[in-house]
Design a protein. Sequence first.
Length: 102
Amino acid sequence: MKAQSVKAQSVKARIYQPVKNAMQSGTANTHEWVLEFEPEKGKTIDSVMGWTGSSDMRAQVKLRFDSQEEAEGYATRNDIAFEVAPVHRKKRNIQAYANNFK
């Protein structure tokens, strides 16, 4: 993992390219880059309702960019320490339909 620290701050983010959803066959929405903040506080369970919640507002923010350079530039300009996750590419095995019957 490539890690870069801009300044020693409590705000940390992760930059990654999302993977394909298991429920979709295409690669739509997988070409963009996402900057997501790491949670500062853990989640808590409400004692009355039993719902899980958090007071961390940054956990709700996901910023989308067209390229990795744009995401890194945004983090650098705003003094956000970030970590870039490696891109995982699936190797496609292309074969003819007729090969199923050999």
